[in-house]
Structure formats: structure tokens, C-alpha cells
Design a protein around this ligand. Sequence first.
Ligand code: TRH
Length: 378
Amino acid sequence: MQRRWDIFCTIIDNFGDIGVCWRLARQLTQDHHQTVRLWVDDLASFSCIAPDVNPEIQRQVVQGIEICHWQCMPAEIMPAEVVIEAFACELPDVYVAALLQRKKQPVWINLEYLSAEPWVTQCHGLPSPHPSLPLIKTFFFPGFVQGTGGLLREKNLIAQRSAFSTIAECEFLQRKGLLARKPGEIRISLFCYDTAPVTKLIRILFESSKPVLLIVPEGSAAGSIASLLNNSSSQTGKLIQHGQLTVQIIPFMEQTDYDRLLWSCDFNFVRGEDSFVRAQWAGSPFIWNIYPQAEGAHWKKLDAFLDLYTANMPEDMADAVREIGACWNGKYEINSAIWLNFLFFRESITQHNKSWVRQLFEQVDLASSLVKFAENRL
Ligand code: TRH
């Protein structure tokens, strides 16, 4: 049934919150024919991943989704039938007051961050009564296993991925002004936090026996690479050459183009939540820079994911994956041997990723889980 959905997103830092909400909004609209209104508190950041969004316009329709700035919520707001509060952002008081006026309780979902930790299956779907009002929220946890809400995955993902032939890749590279593929070259995309040992990686890549193209979106990693290579500017479009290594600094891409960038690379360094999931759909070996949390809470999260992901790998391959993951997140120092060991397993990791994706496909995707959950409640 076509329902009305309100998704609320505050952009705390970075792009993960809006990245997830934007994908979810598009999947609910395109795959499930739902009517979606997306409330965002920072349209300028949003427009970095969705350039069709005009940060000057407080209320606009993009790809069939009504996008509203939080500030433009009228006092007489009519709430939707399904309300998603993304990542525990707090709904505006006026909206909560309007929810109370509804004859039928809305389906109010608190969409949580992604984690592979075992407790997620116990908390997914738990009710959370409002402390003072007769309203109930439900915790919805994305995840990698049955008993969670699943992962964001559009219906035509596999079809699109398979249609990304060599010709489609060449067209994409050309359209984005990216260097064409050279024979024998290793292509790497690099998206990471400031804490990642980028300069160490660059020194390792200098020594590569094969040509390496490192594609880096503009930002602080690009800046530190440019200064390491004695290049005064990290302006976009810039090519920096050092031995076998070429670095191409690129502007931030529209989200679906970023997905294609991941498809076109042999290795993807990704971070946070959304690019991390997209690297898994892309299928090439990936290295995850996890969002650092207070008191090292992210280590458990990293281990929980690696436990699941490496479960069916031979031991030496699992060790290589674990080792580079630990180093990239700052547990030990990364060095050439660790990188070369990971590189050695390139083909087998790619094969493993195919079965990993098949395993993930056995789960219902997040948007479908949400639609089903809402429909059962309404
Ligand atoms: O930006 P992030 O670091 O987001 C993080 C995480 O979500 C983290 O869990 C959360 O706590 C924190 O934000 C607040 O990384 P993430 O999750 O990969 O999101 C980046 C988004 O940006 C993703 O949707 C992909 C998109 N993107 C583009 O659209 N174009 C680009 O060129 C690049 C590099 C990314």
C-alpha cells in the first residue's frame, strides 16, 4: 500500500547520516512506491552527495522525494503514517505534538547505526515507550544477519552492477574526468578519516612494482598527500605523479557516481557506514576505516564485523584481512609486508566477496524490512 513517510535526519558530522537517509528515501520511493518527505537540517552538506538538491530552497522535490529543511516545519504540520527518526535525532516538539493528535498511533521508528555485534539481534524491534507521552517508538537495527533489519540494497543493484561492463566503465571514467585504465595498473579509491595512516600508505605505494592509480576525493586526506608529495595544492582534478604512483584528486561525487567509482576500482578504502556497505556490494577487496568512538568502542564493532566477514576464509587469508584492518585503524603500524600480503590474496578475496554478497542477499533488505514492519502495524 502507498503510505506517507517522514524521515528525519540531522547531519552531525560527515555524510553518513544523510547518505543513509537519502538512499533509504530513494529506495522507498523507487522500489516501494511510497510517498516520502525527508527532513534535513543542513541542505548544503546534503547537496554534496546530491547536487540536484538546492541548498537555498527550503522545500523542494528531487527524484520524487519532498525535501524540507527542519526550519520550515509549519505549526500545523500533518504527520505521516510512518515516521523515521534516523540515528536518534530528536523530532521537533511541534511534530511530536501533532503525532499526539492523530487518531491512530503512527509507526514511529528509531533507525539505528549499523553494527555486526551480536547484541543487535536482541535489540532489533524492541519498543521504546516515550517517557511522558502515550507514544511508542521501535528500535530498528540494520545488520548483516537474520534477525536484524538488513542492509540498504536497491532492487536493481545486481542488474546495474552486472551492466557495468568495460564499455560502461570507460564511459563513466571519461564522464568523470578520471584517468583511463592502463594495462597492469592497480586502481584504488581512498575515502578515510584524518586518523588513518595515509602518509604511510603513500610511502608503501611509492615502492609498488606495478603502476598504481590512487583516486582521492578532495578533503584532508588529499591535502596531506599533496603536501607529502611536495605539491603545494590539492586542488581537484590535479594529478600528482611519484614513481609508479599517480594520485588523482577528484571533486566529491554524486552518490550513485560514487558507487560506480567503487565498482571501477580494484581496491576500495572506505569508512563510516554507507561507503563501507557500498564497498561490499562493489565486490573488490576493501579496507574499512571505522568511525572512531569514545573509549575505543569501535574496536568491538570492527572485530564483530571481521568475525562474520572472515568466517569462511582460509586462516592465512583471514589473517591478512584482519591485519590490514587493524593497521588501517591505528592498532599497529602499517608496512609494505602487510600491504603486499593483502595484495597477494587479491583474487581469493574477490572470490570470497562474491559468496559474501550471496550470503547477504539471503536477507531481506532494509527498505523492504521497514515497509513490511510498517504495514503490519498500520
Ligand atoms: O561520511 P562518513 O564518515 O559518515 C559517518 C558514518 O556514517 C558514521 O557511522 C556516523 O556516525 C558519522 O558519519 C556521523 O562515511 P559514510 O557513512 O561512508 O558516508 C559517506 C557518504 O558520502 C556515503 O553515502 C557515500 C557518500 N559519498 C558520495 O556521495 N560521494 C563521494 O565522493 C564520497 C567520497 C562519498
